[in-house]
Design a protein. Structure first.
Length: 200
């Protein structure tokens, strides 16, 4: 009786764990370069040595980079029962704003996100306070618009989008709270309208 030979694994083929580790290291490296810088972030990121490494990474690593940035910021901005205007999450210096800007730049490319990955990111964003500051939201919406032009978006993505719209339009806020913060802005309304068109 013949026994089937096991296929030899390719040691040079990166695993999901390796890819995630590479992405995490790149985020850490970029944020160390950023330090406490918050001004002219786009210009600053262009001057970081880690930017070239990130732009030259494999697409799978770039995908993991974007996913991790969204996940980190979404955890920090997770919706709470009470809106704390003073200690709002986006005031926290630990927010990886340099990595978020880098994620925006990576999203100018057509990266190989799966439908599940996109759904997860929009679900994470939908669960945030102050969705107006959600990580890389407009570039992610742009990616969905491109996909919608090629075919119908998957149900799981479409299900998350109305919640993102609700967050952008601060529908759970009182009128006084919204006025105090000046939200939703004209940009928020435009983006919410774009997202709403994707679920019609």
């Amino acid at each position: 009786m013949k026994t089937k030979k096991k296929k030899a694994s390719n040691p040079s083929q990166p695993t999901a764990t390796t890819i995630d580790a590479q992405a995490a290291a790149l985020i850490q490296q970029l944020e160390l370069e950023r330090g406490q810088s918050t001004l002219s972030l786009n210009t600053a990121v262009k001057g970081y040595s880690s930017r070239a490494t990130i732009l030259g990474a494999d697409p799978e690593v770039q995908v993991a980079f974007v996913r991790q940035v969204v996940a980190i910021i979404a955890r920090m901005g997770k919706a709470k029962a009470k809106i704390d205007l003073i200690d709002a999450w986006f005031h926290d210096p630990k927010v990886p704003s340099g990595a978020e800007e880098m994620a925006r730049q990576l999203l100018r490319r057509r990266l190989p996100f799966t439908d599940t990955m996109l759904a997860e990111m929009f679900e994470q964003i939908a669960g945030m306070d102050f969705v107006t500051f959600a990580p890389a939201l407009e570039p992610l919406v742009r990616e969905l618009e491109k996909r919608a032009a090629e075919g119908k978006l998957p149900a799981r993505v479409r299900k998350a989008l109305p919640r993102v719209v609700k967050g952008l339009l601060v529908e759970d806020w009182s009128e006084e709270e919204a006025d105090n913060w000046g939200v939703p802005s004209a940009g928020d309304r435009k983006l919410a309208a774009r997202i709403s068109r994707l679920v019609k």
